[in-house]
Design a protein around this ligand. Structure first.
Ligand code: PLP
Length: 343
């Protein structure tokens, strides 16, 4: 484990000084968090557009794939939604901002906590595998979050173990938000992502395809959509191997399965290889002008597979909503993966 930025326990003076500075510049946020008024930037979370995708690889089907552009959230990813819901719950329970919010994250949730927490005067400490993209690490530092780097070989499970240990050791200092087990995570998607998809497809959605990390997106949005349309197909996307390059996704068979993951809700899991996801990311950038993250590439490739596999009659009725959790700007340091062979 390695710390950078502001190691917990070592820079208390600095942290307090930062908090006081913030209190001077944004007194309302500190004063109103507990009173129920939210910082304006929290209002920008959600209401992301659905982009019809006409990639040649999807065959001749027009608008069969609808991409839910979650990178347009103010923190740059889908995780703004659960982070806001979780922080709301902590503030409502009176534990925030008195304590620091603590969680494990592969990066995007950490950035979401850091941004939303800074706006609300809530201190943020996150355990992040040290191989999270440098772009995310830089963002965390920029928002003033405290980052505990964990063993990259242990992936998100190592970060979870570290967060649990710190929460047990310092119960007065930290409030362990536990995005993998916190019902506020799927609840955020049940209340926002699912209804937005239902409304924006006029109820025509036939499939929801989402990569699973905590599984909050698929569980929450999926449960809402299933209630509206019992025959909707809910498709999970997982990496096809324990070691993979699909940041944000979990290979459930070899990982700590998130307590919120109810596999009974899922109709099918598509296992996707890193190389195929990378090729799809490149195709989306070159052919559609959409620069997306690896987990989006995996989910779009899974949707294309489902469409190609379907009988023609069915194919024409398919409206496949694919969650695009983040954008490719967050991975520009992995230039070689973004540039096509010979490019
Ligand atoms: C890039 C990316 N894709 C997919 C996911 C999975 O989303 P969920 O945790 O809702 O399953 C995450 C989660 O952190 C993510 O960061």
């Amino acid at each position: 484990m390695r710390c950078f930025g502001s190691p917990y326990g070592q820079t208390r003076g600095l942290r307090v000084a930062q908090a006081e500075t913030r209190a001077h510049t944004a007194p309302d946020h500190h004063g109103t968090a507990a009173a129920g008024t939210e910082p304006p930037i929290w209002d920008l979370v959600g209401e992301t557009p659905l982009l019809p995708l006409e990639s040649p690889r999807a065959g001749s089907v027009r608008h069969a794939i609808l991409l839910k552009a979650e990178w347009l959230n103010p923190g740059g990813s889908v995780k703004d939604r659960p982070a806001r819901e979780i922080l709301r719950a902590g503030i409502a329970a009176g534990v925030l901002p008195r304590r620091r919010v603590l969680d494990a994250s592969s990066g995007n949730t950490a950035v979401a906590y850091a941004m939303l927490g800074a706006a609300a005067g809530v201190g943020v400490t996150v355990c992040v595998p040290s191989n999270a993209s440098p772009e995310r690490m830089a963002l965390l530092a920029a928002y003033g979050a405290e980052v505990i780097e964990t063993d990259p070989l242990e992936g998100s499970d190592g970060a979870i173990r570290q967060a649990r240990q710190m929460a047990a050791e310092f119960p007065d200092r930290f409030w362990y938000a536990d995005q993998y087990g916190n019902p506020a995570n799927p609840e955020a998607h049940y209340r926002t992502t699912g209804p937005e998809i239902w409304r924006d497809t006029d109820g025509q959605v036939t499939h929801l395809v989402a990569g699973v990390g905590t599984s909050g997106t698929l569980m929450g949005a999926g449960r809402f959509l299933r209630e509206q349309k019992p025959d909707i197909r809910l498709i999970a996307v997982e990496p096809d191997a324990p070691f993979h390059g699909l940041e944000g996704l979990k290979h459930m068979a070899t990982a700590i399965v998130p307590p919120i993951y109810d596999v009974a809700l899922v109709d099918e899991t598509v296992f996707m290889g890193t190389e195929r996801a990378d090729a799809t990311v490149r195709a989306l950038a070159w052919e559609a002008g959409l620069l997306v993250g690896w987990s989006t590439g995996a989910a779009v490739a899974a949707a294309q597979y489902l469409i190609q596999r379907a009988v023609p009659d069915m194919r024409h009725r398919m409206r496949v909503v694919v969650i695009a959790p983040d954008g490719g700007q967050r991975y520009l340091s992995e230039r070689r993966r973004l540039i096509a062979e010979g490019g």
